[in-house]
Design a protein around this ligand. Structure first.
Ligand SMILES: *Cc1c(COP(=O)(O)O)cnc(C)c1O
Length: 365
C-alpha cells in the first residue's frame, strides 16, 4: 500500500548518530525541530515520540480536561479522538464535507454547547481543512490542528500547522516522510511550546536538574536516531511531495470521466500534501467486494477511514450509533485507498486502474 523513501543519506545520518554516542536529546532533535517549524511557518517545533503523543501533549498543555466538550470529525484516525479521552474530555462528533472529507465548518456552530472548549481539526488525507471558515466559526474556542497527514500542505498559501493554537505532524513509516516512530508539535505560542517540552520530558523544567520535576509529565521524547532520520528526510520533503503529486495526477488522469468512481477532489485554494490516494466509488458498487477482487489480483487496497463514532469502544461509552453522521457514514462505505507511494510508476498505476476497471463491473448491483 505504501512504502517509505529511504536512501544512503538517511543511512549515513543514522549511523553518524550511532557513532557519536549521543542517542537522546541532542543536536539532531534541535535541528529537526527548527526545520519542521520552518515547514509549518511557525516559531517552535517540539519533537515527540509519535503523532499521538504530540496531540496528547497539546490537549494537556491547553488544559482541556474532564467534561470539556471538543468538536472533532469521526472520519479520521482513532488517535484524534483518543487523545481527548486520555484527558477525560468528551468528543462531539461533527459531519464532513462530501468532497474533501474534511469537517463541515457550519457544523461547528450547530453542534457546540456552552461546555464546548475546543475543536480538533483534521486535514484529512493531506487536503487542508477549509481553514478560513473554520477559524471564523471557532474564533472563541481553542483550536488544534491534527495535520498528521498533511505536512507541507497549504491553504491559501499558508502552511497547515500554522492555523490554530498548535498543530502536530506524524512520521510513522506510512506518512509522507518518516522517522520510524515520531511526531512534531508546531506552534507560535511560546508558553505552549515550553509546556510541551516539559511534559514530553517527565515534567522537567528548562533550567532545573535532571531529578527536578515541576509537574506530572510523560516520556514522549524523540530519540536522536529518529531525529537524524527526520532531518535527512525533511530536507527531501519537497521532492517527496512533488513525486507524490505526480503519482496522484497519473491516477486522476487515468480515472477521469469514469462513471463508477470519483477521484479525490482538490479545492482550488489549497496545495495538497498527498498522504494517500482515496477514490469514492459510485453508490451501487460493493466496495468490500472490490477490495477482495483486487486482492485476488495481487493488488492491495483498503477501506479508509472507518468512522470512529461507530467503533465499539466509542459506542459503549457515548451511545453513538449509525445514522448520527449521514455524510461520514455514506462516504466511509464508498471510499477506497489505492496503492500509493513516491515511486509508483506509470505501468503500476496502469495495472491498478486496469484491475479496478475489471473488478468494478461485477461488483456493481
Ligand atoms: C498518523 C496519524 C496520527 C498519529 O499517528 P502516530 O501513529 O501516533 O504517529 C494522528 N492523526 C491522524 C489523522 C493520523 O493519520
Amino acid at each position: 500500500m505504501s512504502s517509505p523513501d529511504l536512501d544512503r543519506s538517511d543511512e549515513e545520518a543514522v549511523l553518524n548518530v550511532l557513532h557519536s554516542g549521543v542517542l537522546g536529546l541532542g543536536p539532531c532533535s534541535i535541528e529537526f525541530e527548527r526545520l519542521a517549524a520552518e515547514v509549518a511557518g511557525v516559531q517552535h517545533g517540539v519533537a515527540v515520540s509519535s503523532g499521538t503523543a504530540g496531540l496528547h501533549l497539546i490537549v494537556r498543555a491547553l488544559g482541556i480536561g474532564a467534561r470539556d466538550e471538543v468538536l472533532v470529525p469521526s472520519f479520521t484516525f482513532a488517535a484524534s479522538i483518543n487523545v481527548l479521552l486520555y484527558e477525560g474530555a468528551i468528543p462531539i462528533f461533527v459531519d464532513i464535507e462530501p468532497d474533501t472529507f474534511n469537517l463541515q465548518p457550519s457544523e461547528l456552530s450547530h453542534r457546540r454547547t456552552p461546555q464546548t472548549k475546543a475543536v480538533m481539526v483534521v486535514d484529512v488525507f493531506g487536503h487542508p481543512a477549509a481553514w478560513d471558515k473554520v477559524a471564523l466559526a471557532a474564533r472563541d474556542l481553542q483550536v488544534i490542528d491534527d495535520c498528521c497527514e498533511a505536512i507541507g500542505a497549504r491553504h491559501m498559501d499558508r502552511p497547515v500547522g500554522s492555523y490554530g493554537d498548535a498543530g502536530c505532524f506524524a512520521f510513522y513509516p506510512n506518512k509522507q516522510m518518516t522517522t520510524g516512530e515520531g511526531g512534531m508539535i508546531v506552534t507560535d505560542d511560546d508558553a505552549l511550546a515550553r509546556d510541551c517540552r516539559s511534559l514530553r520530558n517527565q515534567g522537567r523544567g528548562e533550567m532545573g536538574s535532571w531529578l527536578e520535576h515541576e509537574r506530572l509529565g510523560f516520556n514522549y521524547r524523540m530519540d536522536e536516531l529518529s531525529a537524524a532520520l527526520g532531518v535527512s528526510q525533511i530536507k527531501r520533503l519537497n521532492t517527496f511531495l512533488s513525486n507524490r503529486a505526480h503519482v496522484a495526477q497519473m491516477y486522476t488522469e487515468r480515472l477521469a470521466g469514469k462513471t463508477w468512481v470519483r477521484p479525490p477532489v482538490v479545492r482550488k485554494d489549497v496545495t495538497m500534501s498527498w498522504f494517500v490516494y482515496v477514490v469514492t466509488l459510485a453508490e451501487d458498487v460493493d466496495r468490500d467486494a472490490v477490495i477482495e477482487a483486487l486482492a485476488a489480483e495481487g493488488i492491495p487496497s483498503r477501506a479508509y477511514f472507518s468512522p470512529i463514532h461507530l467503533q465499539p469502544y466509542i459506542r459503549e461509552r457515548y451511545g453513538t450509533r449509525p445514522g448520527m453522521l449521514p455524510i461520514t457514514e455514506d462516504i466511509a462505505r464508498r471510499t477506497l485507498a489505492l496503492p500509493f507511494h513516491n515511486h509508483l510508476t506509470e505501468e503500476q498505476v496502469e495495472r491498478v486502474v486496469g484491475a479496478l476497471e475489471r473488478v468494478v463491473a461485477p461488483a456493481a448491483s
